[in-house]
Design a protein around this ligand. Structure first.
Ligand SMILES: [Mg+2]
Length: 433
């Protein structure tokens, strides 16, 4: 069996005006759907980051994938030249999925998922059963809350209903969370911070704790918006709220800053773990982070970490080091949803409910035949079907691919959206507080 066809579909997905320290989400998020076909008539599918960078990396790997045996993924990885060994890996100033250092790894990850889908179909087993079996039958996800402006995403006649309304206060965030928890059944809560004054974000977490109680672990992620001083202040203020299964994610920029926050919190007797998908984005970051105690929870991701098997490897490594594991998310569709669910279920050490942006996208944009992935008590159950357990609706892929080609942008730029809609002089400043 050989791979005989490799087709890339850039797509645009409506996205509400969510806020973070990067700025404001554009009306459409960009993704890429990959479809591989084999000489034996099998199809493997995958999903990757979007825009020109992602497309270029997939085009670069395409000649190596065409003609390959989908069972022989190591040959593809090793045949593609050695990754660069030096350079700044930090994600601090880059939008997720756009670190040039990860381009090769991300493209490989997309191909790996599609190959695993093919192999699963060839042997009649779900992907997770190819990789050691299920450590859990369902992948738990967290309610991923965002401060947001009014609007549901999309433009003009393609605008979506604003399901969650404007959320720029602690009170409206509690309402957003209630809506999300009621609908999806999530049992852990993540707040994207770095948007309002830190005191207001502290108040938001307190109100969430008051409304939902200690059974719902809480985490906050300001994407490096705070100084060491402010990070320590928030850590002390939320000592109680972030304990018991929560964490403080990337409060400040850089490995040294994170290590300093950790030292100062420990000196105050506060053991709230620090999590990261900014200071730690690849295997070569693990040891420095561990040695300096900068990061106690690593956020995996089957896209930029290099695939489902690399999430599994990361989970094993972290277990040996006594480091916690969680999972990062970007805006995504149902294919990534299932890739993330399989990655979670084949990773014995996955200590937290994984992040997902899935509630922010709608049925109208889903590319899966049969519609959106369903949640059961906040978790995605691995279907008893071969491969990833999903199929594409190619008419829908064509529709949202056409929309991509009509968009005037090919790269995520949240700062530009801020300047357009909120403040013409807005710049991303770190630390902002
Ligand atoms: Mg993060």
């Amino acid at each position: 069996m050989r791979i005989s066809s490799f087709s890339i579909h850039p797509v645009a997905v409506a996205d509400p005006p969510l806020r973070s320290s990067y700025g404001r989400h554009a009306p459409y998020a960009l993704r890429t759907i990959l479809v591989l076909q084999t000489t034996g008539g099998l199809t493997g599918i995958s999903e990757a980051h979007g825009g020109d960078g992602s497309l270029a990396a997939l085009e670069a790997i395409k000649p190596m994938v065409l003609g390959m045996d989908p069972f022989q993924m190591h040959a593809l990885w090793m045949g593609w030249g050695r990754p660069e060994a030096s350079g700044d890996r930090s994600q601090t100033w880059l939008v997720p999925g756009e670190n040039p250092r990860d381009a090769r790894t991300r493209a490989f990850a997309a191909v790996e998922a599609a190959c695993l889908d093919i192999i699963g179909k060839a042997v009649g087993k779900p992907v997770c059963d190819l990789l050691g079996g299920r450590a859990r039958d369902a992948a738990p996800f967290s309610a991923y809350l965002f401060y947001k402006h009014g609007g549901g995403g999309g433009l003009g006649g393609d605008a979506r209903e604003d399901e969650y309304g404007e959320c720029l206060t602690p009170e409206s965030m509690v309402r957003q969370c209630r809506q999300m928890v009621d609908f999806y059944g999530f049992q852990e809560i993540k707040l994207k911070g770095g948007v309002l004054e830190p005191e207001l974000e502290i108040e938001t977490i307190r109100q969430l704790m008051h409304a939902f109680g200690p059974k719902y672990p809480l985490r906050i992620d300001p994407n490096c918006a705070w100084s060491v001083e402010t990070s320590v202040h928030v850590g002390i203020s939320l000592q109680e709220e972030l304990s018991g299964g929560g964490y403080l994610e990337d409060p400040t920029a850089g490995m040294e800053g994170m290590a300093e926050v950790r030292r100062r919190l420990l000196a105050d007797g506060i053991e709230t773990p620090l999590a990261s998908n900014v200071a730690v984005t690849g295997f070569d970051d693990i040891l420095p982070a561990w040695q300096s105690d900068a990061v106690q929870v690593v956020l995996s991701d089957p896209h930029y970490w290099g695939g489902i098997r690399n999430v599994q490897r990361l989970s094993d490594l972290c277990e040996h080091l006594g480091v916690g594991v969680s999972m990062h998310s970007n805006n995504h569709l149902g294919v990534s949803m299932m890739i993330m669910a399989h990655a979670c279920c084949v990773s014995p050490a996955m200590h937290f409910a994984c992040d997902t942006h899935y509630p922010w996208q709608t049925e109208q944009d889903e590319v899966l035949a049969g519609g959106r992935v369903k949640f059961k008590q906040g978790a995605v159950v691995i279907p008893d079907k071969p491969g990833l357990g999903i199929e594409l609706d190619m008419d829908q892929v064509a529709r949202i691919e056409e929309r991509y080609h009509k968009l005037p942008f090919r790269k995520r730029d949240d700062a530009e959206e801020m300047r357009r809609h909120v403040d013409p002089n807005w710049q991303r400043v770190l630390p902002r507080w």
